[in-house]
Each structure stands twice: as C-alpha cells, then as structure tokens.
Design a binder for this molecule. Sequence first.
Ligand SMILES: [Fe+2]
Ligand SMILES: [Fe+2]
Length: 278
Amino acid sequence: MATASAEHRPDSLRAGCVEAVAAADLDRKVAIVRVVYARWKDRTISLMRPGDPPVPDRPGRPDRPALVDPRKVARRSLHSLRGRIALLHALAHIELNAIDLALDIVARFAPERPPASFFDGWMQVAFEEAKHFSLLRARLRALGADYGDLPAHGGLWEAAHQTRNDLYARLAVVPLILEARGLDVTPSLIDKMTETGDDETAAILDIIYTDEKKHVAIGAKWFRFYCARERTDPARRFRELVRANFRGDLKPPFNDRARAEAGLTPLFYRSLTATSNA
Ligand SMILES: [Fe+2]
Ligand SMILES: [Fe+2]
C-alpha cells in the first residue's frame, strides 16, 4: 500500500495539504498529514508557493464505504457487538471528514495570510484528527471489522463545504457547531462503553474528547480574533452565521462546562435551539 515516506517533501504547506486532501488511499492520506505536520512544525517548508495545485472541491475517498442518506445509516443498540462496530464506523467516518476539513481550512485560506499560528493550530487539528481516525480504525479491525464495511453519512463534507468562501462561516460551522457537538455527546458514549465493558473503546473516546476540547478552543480563538479585528460582537456574529449557513437547530443538552472551557459561552448558542425562549 502506498505511503508517504519521511523523505516526502511537499513544495509548501499548502501543496502538502492539497495532496493529503486529494489522497484516496487513507493510509497514504494519514501518512502525508504526519509528514506535512512535522515539516511545518519544524518550519522546513514555506506556507505557499506559486504553482501550488488548486484545492480540490471534494476529498479523495476509497470505493467503500458507500455514501448514503444519513436516515439510511442503521442505528443499533450499543450493547451488541454490531452496535459498537456501527458506532465506531460512524465515528471513523466523522474523523476522516475532520482530517480533510482541517487541511482544507489551511489550504483554502492560506492566501488570506492569517498569522502563522493560525496554521499551527489547524495543522495540530489535522494531525490529531488523523490520530483519531487511525485509533478508531485499529479498534474496528480488532473487533473483526474495518472502515468501509458499512454505509456512511453522505452529507458531512457538503455541509461544511458550503462555507468554503467565508472563513467566518467555516469557523462557525465546523469547530463551533460540529466539533462542539462532539463535546456534548462524547461523555455519555464513554460511560456507555465503560458500562458494556469495552474499556478499549472508552479509552479511545477519552483521547478524542480531550483533543476535541482543544479543537473547539482553536476555533473559538480564531473566530474571536477575526471578530475583534472587525470590531463585531462574536456571539452575535456567530448567531447570524449559524442562521445563514446551518440547517436545523442546535440540539441540547449542551455540555456548558466543556464548551465554556473552550471559549464558547452560552451567549453563542443558547438562543439557537428549537425550544429556547432566550
Ligand atoms: Fe477528532
Ligand atoms: Fe476535531
């Protein structure tokens, strides 16, 4: 199977991210992310160069899984092995999309010349999403399954991709809605896995939960940074962007504490729920 070796030398951070997004071989995608992350961290590649390839509209994907309407993705009890495999598969699919979204934000918005620490943050996210995907895939394999065995949610990329022309909207939708949602639901999943005696899966979810708090914090930091530069109120701007760019309501219950630790206070999201009277 093709992998990116330590000798792999992308021409720039942007080119490396484009190459990783485009990779359909998922081992290769993960390997490129690791190399590009390390090279950017060591400052041995530049941000961008003339002639960098264009950012692809959609990421490279293997033939399987089949992508289907989310209503057709079966939900099963987490007390059965099949149910745990279905959960791990769905989470692996989310993490795979998260890898490409973090790379996409780097490649797509590099020409806007944010501060270098913007790229440090999103490359850390890409690296950690690749770690999450790899951990979940290894767990699926340990349980006799693999990523690709089940159908997966076909709309994840599109929902985020709609925000491609607006960095504010991208930050609002990806880290501050989708990843923040992970903070709400993951603690109860960890409890369920512990209850069923699947401590290995619980330990992986624990790593993901810890990392995702950082991802939401990175999103909130840059969202606040751009709002401060524009002298707009971040919570109000967030609510406007969500109404314009996100279909549906935000679903309580919220993990207010984890969200607040990441810099996402209730003023951002409370009034966006269906039942709210705020
Ligand atoms: Fe993740
Ligand atoms: Fe994340």
